[in-house]
Design a protein around this ligand. Structure first.
Ligand SMILES: *Cc1c(COP(=O)(O)O)cnc(C)c1O
Length: 376
C-alpha cells in the first residue's frame, strides 16, 4: 500500500480498497453470459453493497450499464445529486406521502399495488409530468409484488392511468442458489404471465427476473434485462460456479501496537483466549464498531507478512488482538482481513461461512468509519 493513499484515510490505518478494474471485469463477464440484446441493470443498493455508491455507479456507467437499481428513493436521490443520469429503478416500496422526489429526480418506481399507482398518477397529472413504473410480481418470493395470478388485473388498471407509464415488469427469484425446480417454476410462471399480456396486446418494454444467480445459472431467466448485484462485486452467490469473478473489495489495517505477554495470559473481554506460552500479541485498530463481525472472535483469519494468524479473544468495538507467536511482526506492518497478501488470500465468502452468514451481509455491514480507497 503506497503511503500516498494512506494520506487521505485519516489517522487510523484501517481502510477498504475497492478495485474498480476488477468491478469492470466482473460486469463484462456477467454481461457476456446474456444475449447482446439483453440489458443490464446493476443493483447498487446499500452503498453498492458497501463498496461506495457513487464511485461504483460512475464506473458502471463508463462500462455501459443500462440501468441502476436502488432500494429507496433516498439512494436514487444520491445518484442524481452526483450527476448520474442513467435510469434508476427504486426496487423498494414507498409510502404514498413520500412520492414527490420520484418526479423531481426522475426515478422509476416499483409498483406492487393499485393504491401506489393511483397516487403516482394523481401526482403526475398535478405536475403535468409522467412517471415510469415497473410492476413487481410475486411468483414465490413472498416479499413485494402483486401475487402473480392478480398481476394481469393490476397491469390492466395501471395502464389506463394517465401520467403513469408501465416501462417494466419483474419478479424476484427466492431459491435460485438452492432449488432448481422451484426456480424453474418461478421463471415459467413469470413467462406465462408475459405471454398472457402479449396475447392481450400488452407489450411492456422491460422484462426482468435474474439476480446474480439467475444471470449465471438460468439463461431462461434473462428475458430482456438482467439485474445482478453480488457477482458484479466479485462475490459468488454459490460455490463451484464456472464463471471467473475477481474480488473487488479488500479490507486492510496495520498493526498499531504490539507487546510480549506471559504464559496463561487472558486476552480481551471474557478471557476467551488464554496464551499457551509466553508470546507476542498485536493489536489491530478495527472492531465490530466498523462492522467487522464479532462472531469472528477467536476464529477470524488475519494475514500478516504473508502468513495466516487467527484473531485471539473477542473482537472489541474498535480493536482486536492477534497472537502472532514468534513471528517477526512489528508496529506498522499491514494486516489483511479480506484480500490477498503474498500468495495467501482471505475471501469474504470464507468469513461469511465462519460466522454463519452470507457474503452480502459482510460487505454491506462494513461501516462508514472505514474509508474506501479506489484503485483502478
Ligand atoms: C438485491 C436485488 C438484486 C440483486 O441480487 P444479487 O443476488 O445481489 O445479484 C436483484 N433484484 C432485486 C429485487 C434485489 O433486491
Amino acid at each position: 500500500m503506497p503511503d500516498k493513499k494512506i494520506n487521505n484515510i485519516g489517522y487510523r490505518p484501517t481502510w477498504a480498497e475497492v478495485d474498480l478494474s476488477n468491478l469492470a471485469h466482473n460486469f463484462y463477464s456477467i454481461k457476456r453470459l446474456a444475449s447482446s440484446r439483453v440489458l443490464v441493470m446493476v443493483t447498487v443498493k446499500a452503498d453498492a453493497y458497501g463498496h461506495g455508491l457513487i464511485p461504483v455507479s460512475k464506473k458502471l456507467v463508463s462500462c455501459g450499464v443500462d440501468y441502476l437499481g436502488v432500494a429507496s428513493i433516498d439512494e436514487g436521490i444520491k445518484l442524481r445529486k452526483a450527476g448520474l443520469t442513467k435510469p434508476v429503478l427504486v426496487l423498494g416500496h414507498v409510502l404514498e406521502k413520500d412520492i414527490a422526489p420520484i418526479f423531481e429526480y426522475r426515478l422509476t418506481q416499483t409498483v406492487s399495488t393499485l393504491e401506489l399507482a393511483l397516487a403516482l398518477g394523481k401526482k403526475a397529472r398535478s405536475l403535468n409530468k409522467s412517471v415510469n413504473v415497473h410492476i413487481k410480481v410475486d411468483t414465490g418470493m413472498g416479499r413485494l409484488g402483486v401475487l402473480h395470478h392478480e398481476a394481469i388485473r393490476l397491469v390492466e388498471k395501471v395502464r389506463l392511468l394517465k401520467g403513469v407509464r408501465i416501462e417494466g415488469i419483474f419478479t424476484h427469484l427466492a431459491l435460485a442458489d438452492m432449488n432448481e425446480d422451484f426456480t424453474h417454476y418461478q421463471i415459467d410462471a413469470f413467462n406465462a404471465l408475459v405471454t398472457q399480456l402479449h396475447k392481450k396486446g400488452i407489450r411492456i418494454p422491460l422484462i426482468h427476473a435474474a439476480n446474480s444467480m439467475g444471470a449465471i445459472g438460468y439463461s431462461k431467466s434473462h428475458f430482456n434485462m438482467i439485474r445482478p448485484g453480488l457477482a458484479i462485486y466479485g462475490l459468488y452467490p454459490k460455490e463451484n460456479l464456472s464463471i471467473h469473478l475477481k474480488p473487488v473489495l479488500s479490507l486492510k489495517t496495520k498493526v498499531i501496537y504490539a507487546k510480549k505477554v506471559p504464559q496463561s495470559y487472558g486476552i480481551s473481554y471474557g478471557h476467551e483466549y488464554i496464551t499457551r506460552k509466553s508470546t507476542r500479541i498485536v493489536i489491530l485498530p478495527i472492531g465490530y464498531g466498523d462492522g467487522y463481525p464479532r462472531n469472528l472472535s477467536n476464529q477470524g483469519p488475519v494475514l500478516i507478512k504473508g502468513r495466516i494468524f487467527r484473531i485471539s479473544g473477542r473482537v472489541c468495538m474498535d480493536q482486536m488482538m492477534c497472537d502472532v507467536h514468534d513471528a517477526n511482526i512489528k508496529v506498522g506492518d499491514e494486516a489483511v482481513l479480506v484480500g490477498a497478501q503474498g500468495r495467501q488470500r482471505i475471501t469474504t465468502e470464507e468469513l461469511a461461512v465462519l460466522c454463519g452468514t452470507i457474503p452480502y451481509e459482510i460487505v454491506c455491514g462494513l461501516g462508514s468509519r472505514i474509508p474506501r480507497v479506489y484503485t483502478k
